[in-house]
Design a protein around this ligand. Structure first.
Ligand code: GDD
Ligand code: MN
Length: 363
């Protein structure tokens, strides 16, 4: 069978009501263009995948990758691009916020310029915009400021690196795929930062519209993952977003420990007891935060949540011993308490992260 000209990858999570609409809109705007649609659904509880399967029955152009036990927009998009059959792949939201009529303009740009690697749908070009009711004033401002910072920090030339709407040469994308992070929301920014000046980019302005049905999955967590992505890029991809989130939670634990130790001192005036209570409080808050932030796609519930807490206590206590042992060893050679303590803390963090990923959150 001949490969289609373009594959449209559409990640979905709870988008049941938008499926028929997007299929119809794409059918209209891509009339005459050989295409396929690849939905990537993370087992949405609202039954999005069943809705997609109803359309698959009647069309060989529609495909579904149904992922179970996994969550994440970036990972879903990467898998969709891997599975796509055409040389050109477009990525867009399912909720009709991205302008499907621009797909033809994107295709034209590729036809005119064979060396092009990616065309980005941008909200920030002369003819691009965020339509008035699409975002609250706060999110609009947040979006502009974040875009500015990301461009500076990751040295990206595009006007809209946080866009979720783009068309890319499949081969150019897959070349970088083993360096891209599956966690997070911003695979385009990751791809642009990873590729640097080695790729050729063009942009098409479009009007970012209001979501048709359902809710946005953007959240405070998405923002944390974006910070993780920036740090990971700055460290040349040597550490994962997950490890950075784990360390951020660890830092928050220091504040919890100081706060609770201080309160306990006020109540008991007994330092060893207060310090112990502070440490237990910090470990407990670290555990619950990691459960909803770092390991959100493997979130533990009910009995597993309690079992996980005790395995977390155990692993982190052993981590503290490792930390002390390594720091003491380094101090023996360096006589520098700061370096020794820092190295101990780093090894302790790696220990805690590795073992809790395996045993507490069972990777
Ligand atoms: N498979 C899968 N797994 N799909 C997901 C997940 C997930 O964990 N989270 C979100 N999606 C799907 C949604 O169902 C939607 O089709 C698309 O990914 C984007 O999610 P939205 O919830 O609609 O995000 P948004 O509209 O707030 O932000 C979008 O537009 C921005 C501007 O272009 C995203 O595309 C952002 O990346 C983009 O910056
Ligand atoms: Mn959207």
């Amino acid at each position: 069978m001949k490969n289609p000209t373009v594959s449209i990858v559409i990640p979905t999570y709870n988008e049941k009501e938008n499926i028929s609409r997007i299929i119809e809109m794409l059918r209209k705007s891509l009339r005459g263009v050989e295409h396929e649609i690849v939905f990537v659904d993370d087992n949405s509880p609202d039954g999005t995948s069943c809705e997609i399967k109803n359309f698959i029955k009647n069309s060989s152009k529609i495909h579904l990758i149904h992922r179970v036990g996994r969550r994440g927009l970036s990972g879903a998009i990467i898998e969709g691009i891997f599975a796509a059959r055409s040389d050109l792949v477009a990525v867009m939201d399912c909720d009709l916020q991205h302008d499907e009529t621009k797909l033809r303009d994107m295709l034209d740009l590729f036809y005119k310029d064979a060396s092009l690697d990616i065309v980005i749908g941008s909200r920030f070009t002369a003819d691009g915009e965020i339509s008035i009711n699409a975002f609250s004033k706060i999110r609009k401002l947040g979006s502009k400021v974040t875009t500015f910072l990301i461009k500076k920090l990751l040295r990206i030339k595009s006007t809209d690196p946080l866009s979720g709407f783009f068309m890319v040469k499949r081969e150019s994308f897959l070349k970088k795929s083993d360096k891209l992070q599956t966690q997070g929301f911003k695979v385009l920014a990751d791809f642009l930062a990873t590729s640097g000046t080695s790729i050729e980019i063009k942009e098409v302005g479009y009007s970012f519209k209001n979501r048709v049905a359902g809710e946005s999955k953007m959240s405070f967590l998405t923002a944390l993952e974006l910070i993780g992505l920036v740090l990971s890029q700055i460290l040349n991809g040597r550490v994962s977003i997950k490890f950075i989130l784990f360390c951020m939670v660890g830092l928050s634990g220091i504040f919890v420990q100081l706060l609770i130790t201080g309160l306990a001192m006020l109540l008991t005036n007994q330092f060893p007891t207060s310090q112990t209570v502070g440490i237990i409080a910090a470990m407990t808050s670290n555990y619950f935060l990691n459960n909803i932030i770092t390991f959100k796609e493997r979130k533990l519930k009910s009995l597993d949540l309690i079992r996980g807490l005790f395995s977390f206590y155990l692993i982190c206590s052993l981590g503290a011993f490792t930390n002390i042992a390594i720091a003491t060893y380094v101090f023996y050679f360096s006589y520098n308490w700061l370096i020794s303590s820092f190295i101990g803390a780093c090894i302790g963090a790696v220990w805690n992260f590795t073992l809790t990923s395996i045993f507490t959150w069972k990777s």
